[in-house]
Structures are given as C-alpha cells and as structure tokens.
Design a protein around this ligand. Sequence first.
Ligand code: SF4
Length: 754
Amino acid sequence: MAYDIDMIKKVYSQITERVDKAREVVGKPLTLSEKILYAHLWDAASNKAFKRGEDYVNFLPDRIACQDATAQMALLQFMQAGKKKVEVPTTVHCDHLIQAKQGAVKDLKRANETSNEVFDFLGSVSNKYGIGFWKPGAGIIHQVVLENYAFPGGMMIGTDSHTVNAGGLGMVAVGVGGADAVDVMAGMPWELKFPKLIGVKLTGELNGWTASKDVILKVAGILTVKGGTGAIVEYFGEGAKNLSCTGKGTICNMGAEVGATTSTFGYDDSMERFLRATNRDDVADAANGVREYLTGDDEVYANPEQYFDEVIEINLSELKPHLNGPFTPDLATPISEMNVKAKENDWPINVDWGLIGSCTNSSYEDLTRAASIAKQAVDKKIKPKSDLGINPGSEQIRFTAERDGLLQIFEDLDATIFTNACGPCIGQWDRSDRKGEEKNTIVHSFNRNFSKRADGNPNTHAFVGSPEMVAAIAISGRLDFDPTRDKLMNEDGEEVMLEEPQGIELPTRGFEVEDAGYVEPRKDGSGVVINVAEDSERLQLLTPFKPWDGKNLMGAKLLIKADGKCTTDHISMAGPWLRYRGHLDNISNNCLIGAINSFNMKANFVKSQITGDYAGVPDTQREYKAKGIPTVVVGDHNYGEGSSREHAAMEPRHLGVYVVLVKSFARIHETNLKKQGMLGVTFDKESDYDLIKEDDTFNFIDLEDFAPGKPITIEVVHADGSKDMIKANHTYNENQIEWYKEGSALNLIKKANA
Ligand code: SF4
C-alpha cells in the first residue's frame, strides 16, 4: 500500500529548483498550477514561457491510477510494451464492475462471481508488472488515492475523468485515456496542451446547511459544463483555507463537470491534518519543508486578475445550499427556490431514492454530517419517505464509520449500505423499486446526473446535492423540501424541524481498517503467468498490429461517410458495451454503430461494395477484412470528440480500416489514431467532403513519400469511372511517422525495449 516517500522527496527537491527557474523564465510570479506543471516537465531544459491554451508540452507524472473498466485495455496494451515493470508507480482499483442491489455482502459476492475473470486478470497483471492492486470492495479509486497516494505538489494521471479529485490534496491530477497511461507506464512522456488558468477566490466560511459541495454546484452554475475546458481551476483565499481537505477533494472532483483539465488547492493546514490522520507524517513533514512552493505566490493571489485568465469570487459565508439538475450538473438551483422551479418545470416532487457516497462525497466529514441528520430523524421519530442508499468510498472509511456507529445510524433508518464501489453512480444499480421508463426523481451526492446514468431510465430526474442535504430530502421525501424553512410531521403527529448538520472533519480515534483490500505486487513478477482463456468473451490478449508495408495504399473502399457529429460514443458506444472493454474483437462489434451514414441518414446501415447489400458497419467491415480489402472512414468536423477512450481508434484498426479522412479531428482522438498506427488525415478543401460518393474507391498515390508537413494526394475513383484528385493534410511528426511505419506506438516501444 506504501506510497513512495523517496519519490515524493525527490519531487520536492526538484520543485524548489525548477520553480525558481521557471519564475525567472516566465518573468512573473507563479500560480500553484504553473509551479506544479513546470516542476514536472519531461525535459527540464525545455523550460520556457509556455503559451497557455496553445503549446503542447511533455510532462512526467509521478503516479498513475487505473480503474477496472479502463485498466483492462490499458494493461493489455502495456503487456505488449516489452517492459518488465511499470516505469512510474501505478495502482489498479476494482470499483466499477460491482453492481449495487441487495447490499454490500451479497453484491460483492455476486460481482466476484460474475467478473471474477476480469478481477483475476487485473490482479495477475498487476502482480507481474509491479502495480499495486486494490481488490473489489477495497474502495473507489479516487477516495483510495486521496487516502493513500495523493500528495501536495504532485502530478498524476488516471484512466478515469474524476482523477481530478486528488486536487483536494494539492495535486495536478488529470483523467486520461488508457493509451496515454500506457505511454507513461512504459517510460514515455505525457503530452498536454499547457492549460489556461481559472482562479476561484473563496472568502468567508461555510455555515449552517451549506457544504463544500455547494461551492462546486455554484461554480458549475457559473461556468456551465464547458466553461472549464482546457483550463485548470485553482482555488485560493481565506475561504479555501477554511475548508477541509476532503471538502476540497469534493470541489476538485466535480471540476470534471465543468470540463476542466483539473482543479487544485494550495497546501494548507487542512491538508497537513489529513496527511497526518491518514498515517503520512513523513509526507506532511516533507511538504512543510517546501510549503511556499506548494501554493501560488502571494502576489498572484493578491492581484489574481493579472495572473489568471478568468477569476471568480465566492463568499462562502453567503453561499446557499443548492441542488443541481436534472440531466445536467450545471443547472444550479438554491434549495430555497426549488419549490417554485420544480413546479415550473414539472419535475416530479416525490423523491424515490436518496443516495449518499461515491468518490465525490464519502469522507468521514460527509458521513458524519449526513448521519447527524439521519440521527435526528431517528430521535424525532420521523419515518423517512424515500429509500436511502450509502456507498462508502473505501474500506477504511467504511470500517471507521462502522466502528464509530455512523453506519448503524443509517441502518436505523433502513438504509442499504452498498459495497465500497461506484454502484449507482455509473449505472451499476439493479433498482428494485422501478423498472421501465417511469418518470421519477432521485437525489444523490454523486457528481454526474446525465440522462440514464444511474439506472438506465431516461426519465429518472437525478439531482446532485451535499450528503447532508440528500439525507434531509430523503427523509422528507420531497424535492422541494427546504430544511431551513419546512417542518416535517413525525410518527406522533407533531411538527418537527431538522437542525443544522454537525460534522467531524477527521475521526477523533483515528482511521482504522482490518483489511484495506490492497495487494502488494511481487518484487520480481517475472514468474507470474497471465491466464486469459481462448474462449473468454470478456478478455482477449492483443496481437500487435501489422507494420506498414511501405507502399502506397491502393483500392481502399469507403466504409462509411459519417454525417455531422461523430463522437467517441458514436464510434465506440458505452453502456452495455462496458462489459467488453477488455476484448477487442467483441467490443469491435460496436464499431461506428452510432455514426450516421450520410447517404441514407441511418445509423449502422451502410452499403457493402462487395455485395451491394446494406448491413451494419461492423459486419460490413468484417467482410472487407476477410477479403483483404482496405477501407476508409470519412467524417465531418471535430471527428472523435468526447472521451479519450482508445477503443475508438483500436476498433477500426482491428477491423481493417486503414484511413480516417475528415474535415477536422478532436485532438485526443487524432493522437489515438496515430498511436494505433492508423492514417488520420484532413481534407485540404473541406468542400471535398461533398465529392465522396457511396461506391468510391481511394488510391493514396504518394503515401510512399509520407513525411512531416507533406500533404497526401488521394485519387478518388467513382463508380462510373470518373475520378477526383484531392489533397489531404496531416500532423504526423517524425516520431509519429515511425509509429505508423511500425504499426503502432506500442510496436515502436517494444522494439526499443527488445
Ligand atoms: Fe466515476 Fe462515480 Fe466511480 Fe466516482 S463513483 S469513479 S464518478 S463512477
């Protein structure tokens, strides 16, 4: 379980030297975000004043964390890299594949039966390659990271968008795709566009019913779901110091909901308290030694407008509790206005479920504040009107909460204690009370509330609030309940009010756990055998993609010309396909099934140039592959936007698509295509998109001269024999052309390690 104190000390010795140098180079005081970024440059000598929002920069993160759903493909790829061990400390956390249904004991048992194969695989790969393994039930990745690995001033990447949670302990922590994580595991740099910076100045102090969660609910309302895109949100001010470390984690966690690259806070006493409470005195001592480097310069926070690209100010003393939703996390409504707004929008008033926990809100403080409300319901004889479910964030939290009687309080209200795992937060919820698509309302303390996310029902109206507010609303059973104003009727027919929540920041008797669920990898894992059954439907070992034969690509057929938006969800759908994330061939059956064919405006219905028949994209493509016919996918603007999942590039590659030709790419997807050895090119003249016909054949007549900055000429042969010559541009540099030549970036790494 051990964090690496030597590595942390090395980072701290580096941070002093590099930050001082960066301040000189940049020529002005630095924000915390800049300090961490400059301290983690891959090549310290490349230190220059990077342009925010423009320059792509190579970094060397300190840690990597992967969750079970994304780790499968990441580790399958890493196994190809020819490395004996990961180059950067890495952990794997089994948390997404556990369905919430009957409560922790039964649910965990069932998950261990149904996903046993995947957990075994992840465990043995971790053991072999020096990766720390957190078993199913050990907890949710981000809570476990906060309690064990996060450290002020560090940089980490994780194959999950809420990796940003570690900003609560002063990190720059970013969610990435598996391919990026594999690069870093294999000893390569991690590339990121130097982010813009949004400063959030917090003044005052939280009070009454207002919680840390309300800070980010408010920020989400201001910035909206896109407002943080490409930026780091840095919190500062007296108000920030008044928040607990885990409260800061909650705020950073939901920074993902405003699209931010990440969010962070400067090192302060709350972080020191948390480090010491989680048995990391040595980290706290080391951090204290470089304290001024672990927060922004005084001048920056005194005149933030001069140093941030945007500044927001929030007075915590005046902040009101909010509920955000439904269907989007940025629709912020103060609790006091919910009665009017719910009526206006026809949101169902009766609340079916209140769900507390997830990686966002399952700290000791969260549970004590929510329990203080639940206890009042028991003491005042108020029978809760909604069902209540609790997902502790880690076994350490669960064990400590049980020891301190917190879980008993919830159980006294008939709450279901689910496994220490994601459960309803990621749709892993077999909801017993409603099936089908009935309109209903739930409230939860999670982060995301998109349609269908919790239970698959598009008509479930999910609202996000603080754990204590969720508890209060679940007890009242009403969405429009405002505990500061409204009374409740108890079992004796008396009207009673709920008093303000009371929380305890950290357990006075310390954290305790019997079995945290951690498995330390072997020092020498060379003898560990990885077993993947040939007939497994969940896992498949990868076969290296074939290198380029060095010749022009001739006779390629059009597979699909996608119309309009084509995101990674259109290319590789999520939902039920989550199950196949570790089996490239099986998950390839969702390849491009969401893309709209521009010739008939239907999804998953394309013409085969072999038979002339129309069929699904994967089946049609498999026919081409079987006959050795290369194919081309044509797309519109911003092709591949959305998630960074590498499946969207690996699937077409696996099925035999050679080229993706579009008006423009989403950058991460373009990089993913390059990494997987695909040719990703853009129309020089966007209007050439209109020249492409359903029966076209493509000849890439000067691919043999593939070189940086040199456009590629494509001869497009139409069914009637007429031809168009079009020019396509690309952004491959020398190294990326080597990836293409070798068949993939991994093949190149493997060659280097041979
Ligand atoms: Fe993601 Fe929810 Fe799990 Fe957190 S609890 S890691 S947001 S699925």
